[in-house]
Design a protein around this ligand. Structure first.
Ligand code: 6CS
Ligand code: FE
Length: 298
């Protein structure tokens, strides 16, 4: 596909991948602490400072059993004609499936559940809609790593998400322990935006969803972030949930254990932060990766 004409855009505060060397930029978007919701003020304050919240066992074993069975069915029965199923690099093991809110009534209902949506509304400060949903299966022995990245950097540059007014929920469908590649995060990293080097290749998502090489911070940028903070990996039983800001630096190791690490993700975006044209000279990514219309899951 031809490169779209380079648009002259009003100064984009979150430009990245302009083939300049990497640099840091301050976060301009405030996380509100005055919106109604189930979270106590102290937890909202912690989320403002650290960029994530860990809620152990928010869902029951019985609920998770149903979610896990649905997750296995979806991967097994995914029609070859439907985009959105990604295999692990170099194998047929399923790495991820996308757009759950459109293919599963059960998961569509889950994303409207106030244990998730009411918290998302409170931490974003407005009504929200699903920007993306997926399951990362990280299969036993086979699940490869997800290198360090900020989701927002990709969603801004490649999808056209204007500002940092979105968050992800990661629901553990299996236990997350130290050996099966738990989600790793750098607390407080959501306050710094890393402009990444390089330029976005054409159809980048065909590669990046297996192994991301563009839109990832250089090692020295990561070393700086980790030195100013630390690495934490929320671990816990199935049914636990991590809420994390769209710009929080995160990643996960490969899974060399005999137990899969199946995490279900939904990304809630502010209804005031709908996607515009991508901030790179490429066509928008397919809608299974980024919804371009608001679906409020009613
Ligand atoms: O490109 C994306 O939208 C996806 N990539 C990663 C590594 N995390 C967020 C999202 O699922
Ligand atoms: Fe991510």
């Amino acid at each position: 596909m031809e490169k779209t004409a380079t648009r002259v855009r009003p100064k984009d505060p979150y430009y990245s991948r302009t083939s300049a060397p990497w640099e840091t930029a301050p976060r301009l978007d405030r996380i509100p602490d005055d919106a109604p919701g189930p979270l106590p003020a102290e937890e909202v304050r912690r989320y403002q400072q650290e960029g994530f919240l860990f809620e152990p066992e928010l869902f029951s074993e019985a609920e998770v059993k149903e979610f896990l069975s649905e997750a296995s069915d979806l991967a097994r029965e995914w029609p070859k004609s439907r985009p959105g199923l990604i295999c692990e690099p170099g194998s047929n093991a399923v790495r991820s499936i996308f757009r759950l809110h459109r293919v599963s009534k059960l998961f569509r209902r889950l994303f409207a559940d106030d244990r998730l949506r009411a918290r998302a509304r409170q931490l974003i400060g407005t009504d929200v809609y699903i920007h993306q949903s997926r399951i990362n299966y990280k299969p036993a022995m086979d699940g490869k790593e997800f290198f360090w990245h900020s989701d927002f950097e990709t969603w801004h540059v490649e999808d056209g998400m204007p500002r940092m007014r979105a968050l992800s929920v990661s629901l553990f469908l299996t236990e997350s322990h130290e050996f099966n590649g738990p989600l790793m995060i750098i607390p407080g990293s959501h306050l710094t935006y890393i402009r990444c080097p390089g330029e976005t290749p054409e159809h980048h998502y065909e590669q990046s969803l297996k192994r991301q090489e563009y839109g990832v911070p250089p090692r020295e940028a990561l070393a700086d972030l980790i030195e100013e903070s630390e690495i934490v990996a929320p671990k816990g039983p199935a049914g636990s949930v991590v809420f994390f800001d769209c710009n929080l630096m995160h990643g996960s190791n490969g899974n060399l254990s005999p137990s899969p690490r199946v995490n279900l993700f939904a990304v809630y975006n502010s209804v005031e932060n709908q996607l515009v044209e991508p901030f790179c000279d490429r066509a928008p990514r397919p809608e299974y990766l980024s919804e371009r219309t608001i679906d409020v899951l009613s």
